[in-house]
Design a protein around this ligand. Sequence first.
Ligand code: FEO
Ligand code: CA
Ligand code: CA
Ligand code: CA
Length: 636
Amino acid sequence: MHDGHCGGERAALSIERLIELRISRRDVLKAAVLGAATVFSARTRAAHAAASASTLTFTEIAHGLDETHHLPPGYSAQVVLRWGDPLFPDAPAFVPGKPDAQGQEKQFGYDNDYLAFLPLPRASTSASHGLLCVNHERCTPQLMWPGMTARDYARHMNAEHCAHEMAAQGFSVVEVRFQGGRWQAVLDSRYNRRITARGPAIAVAGPAAGHRRLKTKADPSGGRVLGTFNNCAGGVTPWGSVLTCEENVHMYFFGDAARHPEAAALKRYGIDGRGRYVWGRYDPRFRLERTPNEPNRFGWVVEIDPYEPQAAAVKRTALGRFKHEGASAAVSHDARVAIYMGDDEAFEYLYKFVSEGRFVPGDPNANRDLLDRGTLYAARFETNGRMRWLPLVYGRGPLTRANGFASQADVVIEARRAADLAGATRMDRPEDVETNPINGHVYVVLTKNPARTRAQVNAANPRAHNKWGHIIEIIPPRVDGASDHGAAECRWEFFLLAGDPQDAKQSARYAGPISSNGWLACPDNVAFDPRGRIWIATDGQDEVANLADSLYAADTSGSGRGSTRLFFNGPRGAEICGPCFTLNGNTLFVAVQHPGDERDSTFDQPSTRWPDFRTDTPPRPAVLAITKHDGGEIGS
Ligand code: FEO
Ligand code: CA
Ligand code: CA
Ligand code: CA
């Protein structure tokens, strides 16, 4: 496969030069010497912290790795919901070690990932009452049930285990209230809802709806898919619905992928027929021979209106099919809506969708199907600090019959191949892409790509064997004082190149001074607080640095720009997901995913029993609510 289109430009510029060109352009950064010199000893740290004038005033915690989580003094964390917690008055209590799919359908799912807090009542600014919307991405059988290891779980999984896993993934809507100093789930809420891999049916809309490549025996319409799974990150639309993203859907299908009628397309999506999940043993949907089109029905962005519990969720196929990390909405200067999306795999692409229609505040009918018509683009980065959005439109450029595309349905079903042909830039695993509500810049989080060789570096991915990841800042043009998110061309810079700046080999770069605890690796999900400061969650610091996955914060402007500070460490084995603030910034929700998921860690002998620390209970993924003792703004 080709390697982007920056080879010629790369030859002309050294990697160091590429980095310096793109990270040190702002005048405010002049004072911030880049590289190893920005890491300070404990003795000089306080003085430099003052000099950096970060608006963040919390006492930075220390890097570490142990069985529990850590926060700065003056902050506390409360478990709001954990795997197996009842969500309905008639839900059974959590029973460790016993598969129970029916029970799981009424309980909080496994591996909480993306979080959204939607205020109640709708369109209010309430920070004490709302709907917590949660993705449940994956399962770790050896931590869920006794007698299994990471190596042999597939042998032990029976029909009950598989049904339980299907019920444990997907999505939860839970009404929550802050009362008496604690966040509490409201079990008799009319809003509480689970959508899982078992259902209910999800409508399909946009160019691929009803297409023959989506039709199955069980759904001859090609327009109704049973449920959703591997729901990673997501986004909230301006009209108050939630986008939940189907990510690693290749792990679910069994069979002979090489003899499949769409073998090449399956291969491009990593569907090799050797499902990591063994649901296909019991459910023909996941057997390629029995239901050959089922893979085309997953890998989409799903829109759910949490305020309308009776309304069906909808797969918005205009947004393309790939391994969707998240989907973050931004309203453009002209009221069109852009959705920024990463395809989370090494060498994959950054995408955006721009709606044809305009967002009309307060008009549900105008907004309901905005995501069905518009233009899908993939990103191409240039060395000169510009980047272009390449339209993936049937009939334009190479997206023609000659290349196997007969309609826009084919383009969205095979969005990856369309982006290959269009000449998009191959990235270092695009995870979250989020717009800063204060400055309108778009932050593209690239978690890592150790597989990139020296010959494969390009302007936007300048490090070979990138084990640490980086964050790119896209700067859309301003029109009438607002960002043009529909623009075909934007500027870009590096926000940071992660890693430890004390190790020169890593070529880590931060735009401002940081302490020896302030550097990070493998950024994944990010969120912005009400002041536009970035909060960066990590996935994989344990692998590269033997550090817990954590949450860091930094200013995005002023002299504190890019000075990341360590705020939160998760328990060992966990990845930190879904950071999400209430509108006033006084509560920060954090999803702690797969605690204890480490080598040789099992239900019987887990490496941590976070958060309950009961000897009869395995570690449980959980959502924390972090508040300040004085009730003030997080990070202030
Ligand atoms: Fe589900 Fe890309 O993390
Ligand atoms: Ca994850
Ligand atoms: Ca992620
Ligand atoms: Ca990740």
